[in-house]
Design a protein around this ligand. Structure first.
Ligand SMILES: N[C@@H](CCC(=O)N[C@@H](CS)C(=O)NCC(=O)O)C(=O)O
Length: 106
């Protein structure tokens, strides 16, 4: 039943194998919106809650090509960008493919 419903909704949670990381502030609306999409996709993700942690934000920006806005999202260590970038990838039909790729070993 759930399988049928997921297929109908174009959801494939069982295939979401990527290593997803997201840097967040707890009350940031863009962070919440990004997590809603990741949860809808059914992918597991690691959330770094960095409210008030300036050093962690600097580290995030180093990984994120200088981007400091919240959230910043990485899939298999590849920088995706922020919430708008995540939704844009989904609109372009690119997100599921990325989320289905397991992180290469090594
Ligand atoms: N277009 C960005 C907007 C993100 C954004 O504006 N985030 C706010 C927090 S909700 C932020 O980082 N503000 C502080 C700043 O830009 O330094 C996205 O989609 O992620």
């Amino acid at each position: 039943m759930l399988k049928t419903l997921n297929a109908w909704l174009h959801r494939h949670p069982e295939n979401m194998k990527a290593n997803v990381e997201i840097y967040t502030w707890q009350t940031c609306p863009y962070c919440i919106r990004a997590k809603i999409l990741l949860r809808w996709k059914g992918v597991q993700f690691t959330e770094y809650k960095i409210d008030g942690n300036g050093a962690a934000r600097v580290k995030m920006a180093e990984r994120a090509n200088g981007r400091r806005s919240m959230p910043q999202i990485f899939v298999n260590n590849q920088h995706i960008g922020g919430c708008d970038d995540l939704y844009a990838l989904d609109r372009e039909g690119q997100l599921d493919k990325l989320l289905m790729e397991a992180q290469p070993v090594g």
